[in-house]
Ligand binder design. Structure first.
Ligand code: KG4
Ligand code: ZN
Length: 352
């Protein structure tokens, strides 16, 4: 099945052409137009600006995806599009564009949940991967652990009770004065911090909720780190936006990353032990974090389970992952007509 997939749930306009079958999982093209430079000026995504930027970019991005795959619309069997969750104005741009294409070229249209798409990136990097598996999706909006019973049936068995891990990385990065989004910069600072022995410089609360669930809570941790930064600035007698000394920045990034990574691994191990799952997928933007990748690999090794972590190019938002999930949704007969709507939350979209 040759699939044209479109993704526009947040601040990346993306389109991809993928070829999927029983035996083939191939990315023919994957184009991502990021708006990050525009939003960086404001320190976060501005929804109104994001919608407008999607409108400007989408036509060119889709054309490029087709051209780079050396196909035209006649060669496409199915169109897949992210319809939830995300910024409503952003989602609507992709959904409207996909509906128009489907109507004009008489192609079947498949609605894809963004989070299922993140997990589906793993099919592209591991041709052997088959459901059932356990998927931990860690992104800017989610930190959720799913029992993926079939490729289209996700049951959430654990997740964050407040902020997502990516949100915490970005917020801490912002308070430290790092450019938006802070995740990647925090990763590099933490690496320097660990190398310089600063992983225990500060003691922050674990995001692993201390009960028998597989749940996380990042808001307490986030507040503790922000308070610590304020206290340091007060002691130094500098204002709220003053740059921090390098050793302190490294120490905060490394100490924060350590509790995040340890907390995630702790709940993950418990869930894997309890469910008896033998295959694990780590996905989402935060799955690009080098420290989390190493820790989850170690956890999987200790538990003796197979692990798939997509390459960095498939961790952040992209349309190839949406294409992979489109294939399985289409096999399951999950098609939409021109009444397809976009939904900001999983609840509204009737996720399960
Ligand atoms: O999946 P994604 O691209 O978008 C959402 O669906 O939310 O995830 C974006 C999040 C941002 O919070 C970003 O800072 C974070 O992923 N991120 C990272 C890294 N790269 C991206 N967080 C930690 N370490 C990284 N290397
Ligand atoms: Zn995402």
């Amino acid at each position: 099945m040759r699939i044209l997939a479109i993704e526009s749930s947040c601040d990346e306009t993306a389109a991809a052409v993928v070829e999927m079958s029983d035996t083939k999982r191939e990315i023919l093209s994957s184009v991502v137009a990021s708006q990050v430079d525009v939003h960086a000026l404001y320190g976060g995504v501005v929804p109104e600006i994001a919608s407008r930027a999607h409108i400007e970019a989408i036509s060119g991005v889709v054309s490029r995806a087709l051209a780079e795959a050396s196909v035209t619309m006649t060669d496409i069997d199915t169109i897949g599009v992210t319809y939830a969750p995300g910024l409503i104005g952003s989602l609507l741009v992709g959904v409207s564009f996909a509906k128009a294409l489907a109507l004009a070229y008489k192609k079947p249209l498949v609605p894809v949940n963004h989070i299922k798409g993140h997990a589906a990136a793993a099919y592209l990097s591991n041709p052997e991967l088959k459901a059932p598996f356990c998927a931990l999706v860690v992104s800017g909006g989610h930190t959720s652990l799913y029992d993926v019973k079939t490729p289209t049936s996700f049951v959430e068995i654990g997740g964050t009770r407040d902020d997502a891990a990516g949100e915490a990385f970005d917020k801490v990065g912002r308070v430290m004065g790092l450019p938006y989004p802070g995740g990647a910069a925090m990763d590099r600072l933490a690496k320097a911090g660990f190398e310089n022995g600063r992983g225990n410089m500060f003691h922050f609360p674990s995001p692993a909720v201390s009960d028998d669930t597989y749940d996380y809570s990042f808001s307490g941790l986030k507040t503790a780190v922000i308070n610590q930064i304020h206290t340091i600035r007060q002691k130094l007698g500098v204002d709220d936006h003053a740059p921090l000394p390098d050793d302190i920045r490294e120490g905060i990034a490394a100490s924060f990353t350590r509790v995040v990574v340890d907390g995630i691994s702790l709940k993950l191990s418990r869930a894997v032990r309890d469910t008896g799952i033998t295959d694990l997928v780590l996905a989402g933007g935060v799955a690009a974090n080098s420290h989390l990748r190493i820790a989850v690999r170690k956890t999987a090794e200790e538990l003796g389970i197979r692990l798939t972590i997509p390459p960095l190019s498939l961790c952040g938002d992209n349309a190839a992952m949406i294409g992979a999930q489109t294939y399985f949704e289409a096999l399951g007969g999950n098609f939409a007509d021109s009444s397809l709507n976009a939904y900001a939350s999983d609840e509204q979209a009737a996720f399960v």
